[in-house]
Design a protein around this ligand. Structure first.
Ligand code: PLP
Length: 409
């Protein structure tokens, strides 16, 4: 008899976005003339910039010619893209890395999701609450979460508190954790780690011989120069952290798929005999066994993000989204909401009024304002009483949505 990976049975169904879709479909069916505005899903709305499109066209032409055609890409990425990343995202910020510490992938979700393959299932994982749910699901699938799910929390996971009075920054736990997932700028709360906060995490990881998996998928949205964009801006972080980045939100690649992970050569974990093993070597082995490289056309498109025109064009789109974020934040505050994020991140996290549950507020916003957002409970039990709005929308819709919210209150 064929047996399944039993961990999948423990995995709870992710009903959040299907429940949202069902509610929106029902509302539209009952209100066919309603102008429903979505500020719910974290997907981009602006098209790819001209430089990226030109590079893709050029690469398509190369693929059409026998002399320039390319087959399998190198499993860990082409040098032209790795060098562009190195130069623009790291060397220029005073971080020294080498190109064989960069692994090009098809997005941050799959790299973060698969990275756990190189660790023992016995490791204790620490994850913030609320959180981007991928970190939890991946660990449930791999058997690290335990079997008991109680009040939305898995028995073997250490949940990191993210209190509002600490700007939702994940707090260092009292118990020892082996693998720690940190995300800055944060989805869903829109918070960012200061240099000091991140330095404390690096210090903790060094002391505990732990590893930080640092999700920097939204680093391009940081406007405050004092906020670290990379964990490697913190001294000693190369010994304790892998970093994950994405072109999805930076350059509108959600439907194109390209991202990268950084695994420094200094980064080690230990075998059963306590011998240090290079995670760079293990991740390279993993990628060459399970991944056949991101397509040439896509990697050329990503390289174009780093051309002078590409930088200007992507910066313009990010400014467009961040202007939306500003409008949302200002409007919510004017309407009397307690709202967070939206300054160095494209997400705005708000407290629901009058202690409403996050689903009750979802219904109110949909029924009375025709606005779709995301209930905070969908990101973990500590998300109850909160609500997420995204800046990924057309500016005119954002303006309209905020006017409606102001009238509601
Ligand atoms: N990390 C965070 C925090 C995200 O919010 C997302 C996407 O929403 C991702 C990673 C995944 O990005 P990608 O499209 O590169 O897989």
């Amino acid at each position: 008899m064929v047996q399944i990976n039993g961990n999948f049975k423990a995995l709870s169904e992710n009903y959040l976005f299907s429940e949202i879709a069902q509610k929106v479909t029902a509302y539209k069916a009952n209100n066919p003339d309603a102008d429903v505005i979505s500020l719910g899903i974290g997907d981009v709305t602006e098209p790819l910039c001209e430089s990226v499109i030109d590079a893709m066209h050029e690469a398509v032409d190369e693929m059409a010619n026998r002399a320039t055609f390319r087959g399998y890409a190198p499993a860990c990425g082409y040098d032209f893209l790795k060098n562009a990343i190195l130069e623009n995202d790291y060397t220029s910020r005073g971080i020294s890395l080498s190109s064989d510490e960069i692994f090009i992938g098809d997005g941050a979700k799959s790299s973060l999701g698969h990275f756990g393959d190189i660790f023992s299932v016995d490791n204790i994982v620490a994850i913030s609450d609320p959180v981007y749910p991928v970190y939890i699901d991946a660990n449930v699938m791999e058997g690290r979460a335990g079997w008991l799910l109680s009040n939305g929390r898995w028995s073997n996971i250490i949940y990191l508190e993210c209190p509002p009075e600490k700007d939702f920054a994940a707090q260092i736990p009292e118990r020892r954790a082996d693998i720690i997932y940190l995300c800055s700028p944060n989805n869903p709360t829109g918070s960012v780690f200061s240099r000091q906060q991140l330095a404390r995490w690096v210090e903790y990881a060094k002391k505990q011989k732990s590893i930080i998996l640092f999700d920097a998928a939204y680093e391009a949205f940081i406007s405050d120069p004092a906020i670290p964009r990379s964990i490697y801006e913190i001294e000693g972080a190369k010994e304790v952290a892998a970093e994950f980045r994405s072109f999805s939100k930076t350059a509108g690649f959600t439907g194109v798929r390209c991202g990268y992970s950084i695994v420094p050569k200094e980064l080690v974990a230990y075998d059963g005999n306590g011998m240090a093993v290079s995670l760079n070597a293990l991740w390279r082995r993993h990628q060459s066994a399970k991944f056949n490289g991101t397509g040439y056309i896509i990697q050329r498109a990503a390289q174009a993000v780093y051309s002078e025109e590409g930088k200007q064009q992507t910066a313009k789109t990010i400014a467009y989204y961040m202007n939306n974020a500003k409008t949302i934040l200002k409007g919510l505050k004017y309407a009397g909401f307690k709202a967070y994020g939206g300054i160095n991140a494209p997400y705005i996290w708000l407290e629901t009024p009058n202690n409403m549950t996050s689903w009750a507020f979802f219904d109110k916003l949909l029924n009375e304002c025709q606005i779709v957002g995301t209930p905070g409970i969908g990101f973990g039990p500590s998300g109850e009483g909160y609500f997420r709005l995204t800046a990924f929308a057309k500016a005119e819709n954002v303006e309209k949505a905020i006017e409606r919210i102001k009238k509601l209150i």
